[in-house]
Ligand binder design. Structure first.
Ligand code: NAG
Ligand code: NAG
Ligand code: NAG
Ligand code: NAG
Ligand code: NAG
Ligand code: NAG
Ligand code: NAG
Ligand code: NAG
Ligand code: NAG
Ligand code: NAG
Ligand code: NAG
Ligand code: NAG
Length: 742
């Protein structure tokens, strides 16, 4: 005991005793006394057994930041992260080493630190299982925080303590979130039957299975926060949770829970947050839920809930977040919803709601920022009253049956940044655009599938000099719109994504599109465009330079966007702009002329689809400069000449289609070209070799079948690099890019 004492006191008394004067004796004695007093008063010197246990503990961990200063020449009560109590043989009561870069395992020796009341090892990289008997031996523990580590295995069974004995455990906080723990949470795997003070229990973000435990509601009357989210819990939600009468937060989202929400939950009058999304819950949301007057957040999205929105939902007057999207909810939006005057976020997207919204007193919702009523069957006019919700930043009504015109009142929404009203029955696109261009913060405007057969205003001065000052995403696809590509688009200097597909735009593609500095996604497919591909669009700054592309913010979208670039049946959901590929889609128009060699400058481009036009000339070998290209579709044109061998250097290219042209000569080999299906080369009678398996010699009378020198040279250069590169990039694609698309 007392490492300090060894160092300071012992040399004094073990010194060979010399004959001394009585004064000297007295002086030394008082010095001894004073120093002893000094030691006991100001220096807590730590308990030997605790020190030993800590040494064991530190022997099993190492830090990537800097080593712990735990060394024997320092009193262990002064070690980093250690706090002792004030008792005479100073027991360690607290170990607090969050964010310390620790890896290794948790030695069972910590269990010998009997007075330990706080153990916080959160945000480290500790792994391995929790030591057996962990909870029952640490019977003074009040706070346990092992969150954000890599602890794995099942929770230790507490043999010594499965007997329902009435031992008392003072623990009030258990945070095991964000680990790799698994198995069921059984009543004898955590010694918390005796934990009558337990307030907060968080096991979110693990791989626990079985039913969500509720036994603690029997023993822990103070329990206030329960978090089971992001695990693999299954089965029904136990009605026993209804006994946790102090519960304020119940989170069990992103599991596999099934069955109905037990009505006992509706007795938890202290409940503030009920978070059960992304499960398999069925049944109705009972009107009794409106007894939970303290509810601020009700999130039950992505389940199979049916029935109607509780009629008295307006009783939840302090509700801030109501998210019931992606369920099977029917009926109308109850008028009482207008009494939820604190609502900030309301999401009812993808349900079977209907009726008109014009009666709802939206003006009472002055805090509402995000409103998503998309993909239901709402009818009637787009409700003007919505524009009195002054805080709105994002509105989605897409996928309903709303009629009418855009109201000038929308200009009252000074923060409006996101508006998606596609797939409704709105009319008067000229009116809509001339009003909406005054929304100073509008960044995303998607109005596809409305305004059918209308003519779009095209004059440059249609747009005021400060019109649409912030517009980044503009989509008006699939509306059979007539006219030319509007000249006023040239003023949208912030534009990043432009979708004009599936309309009847005529005329040629204007070269000035290439001057929009941030544009990286263009879809002009399925129009009636003619003329040549202008060189200028191959000078788009964001597609030429990765630096320019990266310079614009692409993380944030107030609501996800749903776009369907390949006209497949399911829309793809994009939660951020980053998920959109840098792409040029000009499918199915009537473009003529050749593909400009300038195409080789778009180094950032991932997708180039020019299929089904009347393009002629050869495939420019400059395309091999596009090292990020994943998809190249030039099928159904009149392209001639050879497929440049240099394209084999495009290691990310996983789709290459040139069917139905008049190409000739050998198909490149020795790269991913060997993996493209035959069908992507069909309809070119003079192509040979490669995946077609036809001999190029058979066509040897044609002068083109012998390789020219350039091709030979290129072939030699690429063939070796490609063999290696292909496998590396294939792996890279699946490990990284494929995930990005997931
Ligand atoms: C222990 O700490 C002392 C004082 O900080 C230091 O001088 C010594 O080098 C340390 N010993 C070890 C082994 O780290
Ligand atoms: C801690 O380290 C000791 C010796 O280095 C080892 O025997 C023991 O198994 C380790 N404990 C754990 C829990 O890894
Ligand atoms: C656990 O620690 C983390 C990080 O130090 C902290 O954010 C979290 O709030 C703690 N958990 C509890 C329940 O206090
Ligand atoms: C549980 O832990 C997670 C991750 O540490 C945290 O995000 C969440 O807010 C916690 N839950 C509660 C109810 O505090
Ligand atoms: C709703 O609450 C009332 C009274 O509080 C009760 O009689 C009724 O059984 C409850 N309904 C359900 C489905 O729990
Ligand atoms: C919605 O209900 C219909 C009919 O009751 C059912 O066929 C469908 O599977 C349900 N959808 C979901 C997502 O639960
Ligand atoms: C909103 O609450 C007030 C006061 O409680 C009530 O008079 C009114 O009927 C409620 N409105 C709706 C639409 O339920
Ligand atoms: C279209 O909207 C504008 C602006 O609101 C309006 O002036 C015009 O009359 C509308 N046109 C039709 C045909 O309704
Ligand atoms: C897009 O898909 C829909 C439904 O799958 C189909 O009816 C329509 O013809 C397609 N449009 C084009 C241009 O391919
Ligand atoms: C494309 O243009 C050519 C001539 O310019 C014309 O003959 C042909 O009908 C057009 N095709 C379509 C689908 O418009
Ligand atoms: C191909 O890339 C190089 C280097 O980035 C560039 O200098 C060259 O101009 C590009 N070639 C074409 C045809 O764009
Ligand atoms: C090529 O043309 C044939 C016949 O018109 C058609 O069946 C085939 O789908 C086309 N191939 C591609 C890839 O478009």
């Amino acid at each position: 005991m007392r490492s300090k004492a060894k160092g300071l006191v012992r040399p004094l008394i073990t010194k060979p005793v010399q004959p001394l004067s009585s004064h000297m004796h007295l002086f030394l004695l008082s010095l001894l006394f004073l120093s002893a007093l000094f030691l006991t008063l100001s220096e807590a010197v730590c308990n030997l057994q605790d020190r030993e246990s800590l040494m064991w503990f530190s022997g099993n961990v190492s830090s990537s930041v800097s080593p712990l200063n735990w060394n024997l020449s320092i009193d262990c009560c002064s070690w980093e992260g250690i706090i002792c109590d004030g008792s005479s043989d100073s027991h360690v009561t607290m170990i607090s080493l969050p964010f310390r870069g620790l890896s290794g395992t948790l030695a069972s020796s910590v269990q010998n630190i009997h007075r330990l009341s706080h153990l916080d090892l959160s945000h480290n990289r500790l792994s391995g299982p929790l030591p057996p008997g962990f909870f029952s031996t640490l019977d003074q523990l009040m706070v346990l925080n092992l969150s954000h580590n890599s602890f794995n295995g099942e929770l230790p069974l507490e043999q010594a303590f499965g007997d329902g004995s009435d031992r008392f455990f003072p623990v009030h906080t258990i945070d095991l979130s964000c680990n790799l723990l698994q198995g069921e949470i059984l009543s004898n795997s955590i010694a918390i039957q005796g934990a009558i003070n337990l307030i907060s229990f968080n096991v979110s973000n693990n791989s626990f299975t079985g039913p969500i435990p509720s036994f603690m509601c029997r023993s822990s009357p103070q329990l206030s926060k329960l978090d089971f989210s992001y695990n693999d819990f299954s089965g029904h939600i136990s009605q026993e949770l209804g006994r946790c009468l102090r519960l304020s937060v119940l989170q069990a989202g992103f599991n596999n829970l099934s069955g109905e929400i037990p009505s006992e939950i509706y007795n938890l009058s202290e409940l503030e947050q009920l978070f059960l999304p992304a499960n398999q819950l069925t049944g109705k949301i009972d009107n009794n839920i409106t007894q939970l007057r303290k509810l601020t957040s009700l999130e039950l999205y992505s389940n199979h809930l049916e029935g109607e929105i509780p009629m008295d939902i307006g009783n939840l007057s302090i509700l801030r977040s109501l998210q019931l999207h992606i369920n099977n909810i029917t009926g109308t939006v109850p008028l009482s919803l207008a009494n939820c005057t604190n609502l900030v976020k309301l999401n009812l997207r993808v349900n079977r709601l209907g009726g008109s919204l014009t009666e709802l007193e939206f003006y009472q919702l002055q805090s509402l920022r995000v409103l998503d009523l998309g993909n239901n069957s709402f009818t009637g006019d787009l409700p003007d009253k919505i524009f009195s919700c002054k805080s709105l930043t994002a509105i989605r009504f897409a996928g309903n049956k709303l009629t009418g015109q855009m109201s000038p009142q929308v200009l009252e929404l000074e923060s409006l940044s996101f508006m998606a009203i596609s797939d409704n029955r709105m009319t008067n696109i000229t009116g809509a655009l001339s009003i909406l261009q005054g929304c100073r913060k509008l960044s995303t405007l998607i109005m596809a599938k409305n305004f059918y057969d209308e003519t779009v205003p095209i004059n440059e001065d249609f747009l005021a000099p400060d019109g649409f000052p912030k517009l980044r995403i503009f989509g008006v696809g699939a509306s059979r719109l007539k006219g030319e590509i509007p000249a006023w688009l040239i003023k949208l200097k912030s534009l990043e994504l432009l979708d004009l597909s599936l309309n009847r735009f005529e005329g040629s593609i204007p070269g000035w599109l290439g001057t929009l500095p941030n544009l990286f996604y263009i879809d002009l497919s399925d129009n009636l465009l003619t003329g040549e591909l202008p060189k200028e669009i191959f000078q788009l700054r964001s597609l030429m330079s990765q630096k320019a592309y990266d310079a614009t913010e692409k993380n944030y979208l107030e609501l996800p966007i749903f776009i369907n670039p390949n006209n497949v049946t399911t829309n793809q959901q994009y939660n951020q702009l980053y998920s959109f590929p840098p792409a040029i889609y000009i499918r199915r128009n009537n473009l003529t002329g050749s593909i400009p060699v300038e195409v080789g400058q778009l180094k950032v481009l991932h997708v180039l689809e020019l299929l089904s036009n009347n393009l002629s000339g050869s495939i420019p070998h400059e395309l091999s400069n596009l090292t990020n290209l994943e998809t190249l579709d030039l099928s159904n044109n009149n392209l001639s000449g050879r497929i440049p061998w240099s394209l084999t250097s495009l290691h990310f290219m996983s789709y290459f289609n040139v069917a139905n042209n008049t190409l000739e000569g050998p198909i490149p080999t020795g790269s991913q070209f060997d993996t493209f299906p035959k069908a992507y080369f069909e309809g070119n009678p003079l192509l040979c070799g490669g995946v077609l398996l036809t001999s190029c010699k058979a066509l040897s009378r044609s002068p083109v079948t012998t390789m020219n020198e350039e091709d030979e040279e290129l072939k030699r250069t690429f063939i070796i690099g490609v063999a290696v590169g292909f496998f590396v990039s294939y792996c890279f694609y699946w490990c990284f890019l494929a995930r990005r698309w997931a």
